[in-house]
Design a protein around this ligand. Structure first.
Ligand code: HEC
Ligand code: HEC
Ligand code: HEC
Ligand code: HEC
Length: 472
């Protein structure tokens, strides 16, 4: 902890000591007599959301980026550069209006409030607090509601790891990915009734498809943190971040499926009504290509549905490959077996809601295996790991090729401190080029939900193979 941090801690500690004492010993829930905002903090009920304004004083997180540590300028970076600040504003834009209009047209029995007042949208596009809504996705959406920890986290001796006040330990990739996953994969409704689900209905209405992976999404963010997952930093490296991040994503997926499945068990009549979350089968739990086929006209790509004619069997949809690929690479055998058994059971009986106990068994298997994941992959020979990744996917699926590329990116980043990886990086760049969407792929509605037009799986497979061999 630097000297400036210590000074700030002392200042804050003194300024807030009175409030703390009031809060802890003076009857937490009494009518406030001090200034309204300060009082709101001191009498905060558990897990109250305070809004980004409470993080922004210049002694805290609103310093200039230049010449300050990441933690000191976190607010500045977020407020000036982070797309999450736009999340609420986009609900006023034409695409949002279009989505809501299409939803209303799909189900005329269910009236749809405008997007910026719609419970189906606000859960992920705003922080759970009316007054701070315009902030979009702000500090507490990721770090957890600050009501209980705002004061405590400025005091000497504070540790985020293991705290019980609700600050999420985002330095733990599993916790981080499951937190991001609440919006980038989906999850149960929030306490205020807003939903966290981009269902197939929303996608068919024009919402972008969600395809989260922790490392690539963190890399796409303007960072307001220091990167602790460089192999050089020691403790945990890029491979740990990738593997634990994938498991955190799976955790978010399972939490979402638990809600959808519970709704599905109550039958189609109850599902999806009165703004309730979930329905089963929820198509987004599955591989889009189980039902959709590549379209012919370039600009229609992604919007044209091609399902087998009525009466013909749909085939067996696979569970979403972004979430389910490469689990036997990430996990030790026993845990992988539990998850793959769940997967094949759900795929074989996909119209039937998976039982809560089978979902629970998966979550327990992940929980149990998690401590052993860190360090395990880094200890394997790189060439073997790379071969396992390439052998573990079907490159004719764009999703699986993306998943493998993300794994190999982590592997190459891991190797970067011990050898020259410039050739491998060049191959990764080629791969990303082959997987990327171009203007023409986005279609008339600019919805990026399918694989790019003319996805060339043979070249992708060859490139993946060559990359793996180059790591011998
Ligand atoms: C599960 C969380 C979730 C819900 C619920 C949700 N969204 Fe989104 N939305 C996202 C995420 C995440 C993105 C960004 C996707 C990406 O780029 O990876 C997004 C992107 C968008 C975009 C594109 C933004 C842009 O900058 O182009 C629009 C518009 C949008 N959402 C509107 C809506 C509307 C309208 C609703 C309600 C009917 C809604 N969303 C519900 C998570 C959600
Ligand atoms: C989209 C999610 C998200 C939002 C919104 C967000 N953060 Fe973060 N924050 C993160 C992640 C991820 C980390 C990195 C955790 C790690 O690796 O240690 C982080 C790290 C930090 C750190 C530690 C920096 C360091 O490395 O020393 C601070 C301080 C912080 N955030 C403050 C804020 C503040 C203040 C806001 C609001 C202005 C905010 N964050 C908004 C995700 C978010
Ligand atoms: C409360 C919901 C929520 C949480 C939590 C959240 N996000 Fe987001 N995120 C969104 C929404 C909504 C958007 C779309 C914003 C827009 O473009 O208008 C978005 C956009 C993004 C984008 C830009 C995507 C693009 O297509 O350019 C990245 C990158 C991203 N989020 C990363 C993260 C990471 C990493 C975390 C966790 C540390 C995280 N998000 C946590 C809701 C959330
Ligand atoms: C189990 C089969 C099935 C799966 C899996 C599935 N879909 Fe669909 N999809 C359909 C059917 C049937 C329709 C037409 C009825 C409707 O609009 O809901 C459709 C319609 C759509 C539409 C609207 C097309 C239009 O022209 O308006 C989009 C977009 C879409 N799906 C995207 C996706 C995406 C993205 C995924 C994967 C996350 C996916 N679908 C997974 C069966 C499926």
């Amino acid at each position: 902890m630097g000297g400036s941090r210590r000074t700030i801690v002392v200042v804050i500690a003194v300024a807030l000591a009175v409030l703390m004492l009031r809060g802890l010993f003076g009857g937490r829930r009494e009518q406030p007599t001090v200034s309204p905002t300060a009082a709101a903090r001191s009498v905060a009920p558990p897990r109250e959301v305070l809004g980004a304004g409470s993080c922004s004083s210049s002694g805290c997180h609103a310093a200039a980026v230049e010449g300050h540590a990441a933690w000191e300028s976190a607010y500045t970076v977020w407020a000036s550069r982070d797309r999450h600040t736009r999340a609420y504003r986009v609900l006023h834009e034409p695409l949002a209006k279009q989505i809501v209009a299409a939803l209303a047209a799909r189900d005329p029995a269910r009236p749809q409030p405008p997007a910026h007042e719609n419970k189906a949208c606000l859960g992920c596009h705003a922080t759970e607090r009316r007054a701070a809504m315009a902030d979009g996705v702000s500090c507490e959406s990721c770090h957890g509601p600050a009501g209980d920890w705002l004061v405590a986290h400025t005091l000497p001796g504070w540790k985020t790891k293991g705290n019980t006040l609700g600050m999420v330990d985002l330095a733990d990739p599993f916790a981080c990915a499951s937190q991001c996953g609440q919006c980038h994969i989906g999850g149960p409704p929030a306490a205020d009734g807003t939903l966290h689900e981009v269902s197939h209905d929303l996608i068919a209405a024009g919402h972008p498809r969600l395809t989260f992976e922790l490392r690539s999404y963190k890399a796409a963010e303007p960072p307001h943190w220091h990167d602790r997952f460089t192999a050089a930093a020691g403790e945990a490296g890029p491979l740990d971040e990738w593997a634990l991040g994938r498991l955190g994503g799976l955790e978010a997926y399972l939490a979402q499926v638990a809600v959808q499945s519970a709704a599905g068990e109550q039958g189609p009549a109850a599902a999806g009504h009165d703004g309730a979350a979930g329905v089963w089968p929820e198509f987004t739990a599955f591989d889009c290509y189980g039902c959709h086929r590549p379209a012919v006209a370039p600009l229609d790509r992604g919007l044209t549905v091609s399902v087998p004619p009525a009466g013909k069997h749909l085939g067996v949809p696979k569970l979403d490959p972004m979430t389910w690929s490469l689990l036997s690479v990430i996990l030790p055998d026993e845990a992988a077996q539990t998850l793959l058994a769940f997967r094949s059971d759900v795929e074989a009986n996909w119209w039937r809601p998976p039982s809560q106990s089978s979902i629970e068994a998966c979550r327990r298997a992940i929980e149990h295996a998690r401590p052993g994941v860190a360090g395990r992959l880094a200890a394997l020979p790189a060439a073997k790991l790379a071969q396992d990744v390439v052998a573990g996917i079907d490159a004719t699926s764009w999703d699986e090729a993306v998943s493998a590329t993300r794994a190999l990116t982590a592997l190459v980043d891991q190797l970067a401190t011990t050898r020259d990886v410039s050739a491998a990086r060049a191959r990764l760049a080629t791969l990303r080029g082959l997987l990327e969407f171009r203007e023409a792929d986005l279609g008339g509605r600019r919805v990026r939900f399918n694989s790019p037009q003319g996805y060339d799986s043979a070249s992708v497979q060859a490139e993946l193979q060559a990359l793996a061999e180059s790591l011998q």
